[in-house]
Design a protein around this ligand. Structure first.
Ligand code: PLP
Length: 342
């Protein structure tokens, strides 16, 4: 039996795209990297294309191939990592548009695929990807031929952070007077308002129901099956390293999912699962394929418990594990049965 059932609500995904598009000044692209934030990039991209998305962003050329094959020839598929050594055939054969990040990438693209489209990514203060201001003096000559000039905000999930305004100012200064379409905002920037929108917003996490899009409709529910339930006496330990010891008679359910399914070990002793409206604490350590849950308060022996669902969002579970929703979603493993509702 599968390690659980990941329910994916495509109606919610569509609703989130439309809600973010309604806030965006112009075009709303969709970021579908990391297998569509763990939900399945072909399925997600097809759903968002139906919802109206015409431009898609992925991290790598290989991810771009999957999107091109899922969507056919029409949509634009942009690659954040640009034109890396070895990417030329994929870019050419699948009509991908690399977002070039360095003088070396520009030279590589010009040489290998002189007539193929490209965008330019600028580093406005995140120090991660993109042309640095010093490179830009020369690279700016290519801007008129680019399909997009883009940059990425480091602090957009904190709207009051001073770096947002600084990056906005830098992006404006670097691209001033250029008629090429521009894009700065991911989910957080989309929510910060039209100053940040330029010609295209490119949300990711908000589409999938995650923070900082707090008004998002939840897209996933994750239900985990119970393998067995045991009664334990006071003084009995549960799990590796015996980190939990019962102080009263408890009912412990063992569930078929663990850190190999993305339910990271940092959830040990911190997360809560739900049986309908009844909270059931995770006790002891998360194992590779198993979780131990205190189901003493359940009215009957549960057959399955929810770890994501109406009572616990991706971000709430992330908080229990000391991480962020992005990591919870993209870590969801391949062992779940996927049940899609449209
Ligand atoms: C991942 C990413 C996005 C989408 O970010 P979200 O916070 O998920 O909306 C947009 N642009 C770039 C460059 C990214 O790396």
């Amino acid at each position: 039996m599968a390690s659980g059932t990941l329910h994916i609500d495509l109606t919610a995904l569509t609703a989130n795209y439309r809600a973010l598009a309604a806030k965006s000044a112009r075009e709303t692209a969709a970021v579908v990297k990391a297998d569509g934030y763990g939900l399945g990039s072909a399925l997600v991209a097809q759903t968002l294309a139906k919802a109206g998305a015409r431009t898609f962003f992925v991290a790598t050329a290989e991810e771009g191939v999957t999107i091109r094959q899922a969507l056919g020839a029409e949509p634009t598929v942009n690659v954040f990592s640009g034109h890396m050594d070895g990417d030329t055939a994929l870019i050419r054969d699948h009509a991908l548009t690399p977002m070039l990040n360095s003088p070396e990438q520009i030279a590589r693209h010009q040489k290998a695929l002189p007539n193929a489209p490209f965008g330019l990514q600028l580093d406005t203060g995140m120090s991660r990807l993109g042309l640095q201001p010093a490179d830009w003096a020369e690279a700016r000559a290519h801007a008129a031929n680019a399909t997009l000039l883009m940059s990425h905000l480091a602090c957009a999930d904190e709207p009051a952070h001073a770096q947002n305004g600084q990056q906005l100012g830098t992006f404006r200064a670097l691209t001033e007077g250029l008629g090429t379409p521009k894009s700065l905002a991911a989910t957080g920037g989309t929510l910060m308002g039209p100053d940040y929108h330029f010609d295209m917003t490119r949300p990711g996490i908000g589409l999938y129901g995650g923070f900082p899009f707090t008004d998002a409709t939840p897209v996933v529910r994750l239900s985990l099956p119970v393998i067995q339930i045991r009664d334990i006496a006071p003084g009995t330990a549960v799990g590796y390293s015996a980190t939990y010891v019962a102080d009263s008679p408890r009912k412990i359910a063992t569930l078929s999912a663990g850190y190999a399914d993305g339910l990271i070990r940092a959830m040990s002793s911190n997360a809560t699962l739900w049986y309908g409206d009844t909270p059931c604490p995770l006790v002891g350590r998360v194992s590779m394929d198993l979780l131990t849950i205190d189901v003493t308060d359940c009215a009957e022996p549960p057959e399955a418990l929810d770890i994501l669902g109406p009572h616990q969002s991706v971000d709430q579970l992330a908080e229990a594990a000391g991480t962020i929703g992005y990591e919870i979603l993209t870590a969801l493993g391949s062992r779940y049965a996927r049940k899609v509702t449209a």
